[in-house]
Ligand binder design. Structure first.
Ligand SMILES: *[C@@H]1O[C@H](CO)[C@@H](O)[C@H](O)[C@H]1NC(C)=O
Ligand SMILES: *[C@@H]1O[C@H](CO)[C@@H](O)[C@H](O)[C@H]1NC(C)=O
Ligand SMILES: *[C@@H]1O[C@H](CO)[C@@H](O)[C@H](O)[C@H]1NC(C)=O
Ligand SMILES: *[C@@H]1O[C@H](CO)[C@@H](O)[C@H](O)[C@H]1NC(C)=O
Ligand SMILES: [Zn+2]
Length: 438
């Protein structure tokens, strides 16, 4: 609940004149999340043997660590790099255990609270930039993002139409932007969603960036013009609205939805394990307290059901499904749930290869690409696999920057470079689907 300084100074960013006064009332933001992460550490561990992996799984469960990478304890095995967020009162026990077992480790963050506070821009920076328009280089709260969508719906009605596809568990509207020149009734379409996982804030920031770039360059950039003339983009900037809101107000590292469980106190379902495709099998958990909980049944989450219904209804037009996550720097395609090659592998693979090269051409940032199962890890019930199984031929999941230095706390300073390079990859994939794949 306590989020001192931020909401007020954010609102103030829209009203530069009031800013001075509000900033005096809310200086800085040294009490983000009531300092609950002070002294917490993020540690990278690499188990070299199966015994090490087994021992790690056990101590993770004991100490109730917050697993950053991979997302589930079941995905830890010999040689897997694992990043864990360990609360301050458990870090001594973990470090002692590591010394004893000789497991390789590296401390990525000594004090999570400090990293959290350093990564967000200063209030003055927010206001300075916002004078010349909307600031796309800061993370925005759900309320700000929804206001932004309403604003675009009014001011850019030629290219944008905003609508709701349903309501979240807590009753929030699930808004989608339909982007593209309204010419023919029938146009092929691309679905883009961001923020399935609440704590991956760079996702929603990218969705906003994409829309901004589209509007800004529609007239000047022939590629963008072609994209918006020939296609519709359905863009859902925040898929998991309840979780995203919660990650701003209560727990920065919340991942799941916020639905309640009848038998357990733990809330939330992993919205990327809740789809009806090999549901709740490998890489998903049946336990409601786990971060990869698959839910009581497929599409139990109203957010998942709403998107699945929309995709089912429009699947004959939708040529591509793109989902934005963080972090790992990867471009993934099906399957997630098994080690097997998809039918049109070569078309999808070459699209990924070119996209990753286009991305790298900007700042040299390297992405790995390949089937999710063998490139990241096996996980069942994912949106990408479901979309593919339902006839959308190009389905991808991006794992955006970085590779663990900041993890989920990617500083606002890196929003611009991350989105700039990702933009090229998305444009490249999109242009690929306008051509006929052999
Ligand atoms: C750390 O503190 C939390 C909350 O106070 C508590 O639930 C947990 O059991 C503690 N962990 C250890 C290892 O002492
Ligand atoms: C977007 O604008 C159109 C008219 O321009 C309106 O009919 C529609 O209700 C608006 N969408 C939302 C979600 O308010
Ligand atoms: C896509 O990227 C490749 C390089 O990987 C480049 O040769 C090609 O021109 C790009 N296509 C578009 C449309 O951007
Ligand atoms: C593979 O590509 C061909 C040609 O584009 C298409 O007709 C077919 O439906 C695709 N199959 C799958 C499973 O995507
Ligand atoms: Zn994710």
């Amino acid at each position: 609940m306590k989020f001192l300084g931020k909401p007020s100074s954010r609102r103030a960013a829209l009203l530069p004149l009031c800013l001075l006064f509000l900033e005096i009332l809310h200086p800085g933001h040294s009490h983000l999340y009531s300092s609950r992460y002070a002294g917490d550490k993020v540690i990278r561990l690499i188990p070299n043997t199966e015994e090490d992996a087994y021992a790690l799984k056990k101590i993770y469960q004991q100490l109730k660590v917050d697993l950053w990478q991979p997302s589930s304890i079941s995905q830890i095995s010999e040689g897997t790099v694992t990043d864990v967020h360990i609360p301050h009162n458990g870090s001594r026990a973990l470090l002692a255990f590591l010394q004893e077992t000789n497991i390789q480790y590296k401390i990525l963050m000594e004090d999570l609270q400090k990293v959290l506070e350093k990564g967000s821009s200063l209030p003055t920076q927010r206001s300075r930039r916002s004078v010349s328009g909307y600031n796309y280089e800061v993370y925005h709260s759900l309320e700000e993002i929804q206001n932004w969508m309403h604003h675009l719906n009014k001011t850019h009605s030629g290219l944008i139409h905003m609508f709701s596809i349903g309501k979240s568990y807590e009753g929030r509207s699930l808004f989608v932007l339909k982007l593209g020149r309204r010419s023919r009734a029938y146009k092929r379409a691309v679905w883009i969603d961001c923020g399935i996982h609440a704590r991956e804030w760079i996702g929603p920031a990218f969705c906003q960036w994409f829309v901004k770039e589209a509007l800004l360059t529609y007239r000047s950039d022939p590629t963008m013009r072609k994209m918006l003339n020939h296609l519709y983009f359905y863009i859902m900037p925040v898929f998991n609205v309840d979780g995203y809101h919660f990650s701003w107000t209560n727990d920065r590292f919340w991942r799941k939805t916020r639905s309640r469980n009848s038998r357990f106190r733990c809330r939330g379902v992993d919205a990327n394990r809740n789809w009806r495709v090999k549901w709740c099998d490998e890489g998903a958990s049946m336990h409601p307290c786990d971060d990869t909980y698959c839910g009581p049944f497929p599409e139990s989450e109203p957010e998942v059901k709403a998107v699945a219904n929309f995709l089912r209804k429009h699947k004959q037009h939708i040529r591509a499904y793109l989902s934005f996550h963080a972090y790992a720097q990867m471009l993934l395609y099906p399957y997630s749930y098994k080690y097997a090659t998809i039918p049109n592998f070569s078309c999808v693979e070459s699209a990924a290869y070119k996209a990753v090269n286009a991305l790298q051409s900007v700042y040299g940032v390297q992405y790995r690409y390949g089937p999710a199962s063998s490139t990241l890890y096996v996980s069942s019930g994912s949106s990408m696999d479901w979309a593919y199984k339902n006839g959308i031929p190009y389905t991808f999941a991006f794992e955006l920057r970085d590779t663990g230095h900041f993890g989920f706390l990617l500083p606002e300073m890196l929003i611009k470079p991350t989105c700039t390079e990702t933009m090229l990859a998305v444009k490249n994939i999109t242009m690929h689907l306008l051509k006929k794949c052999p």
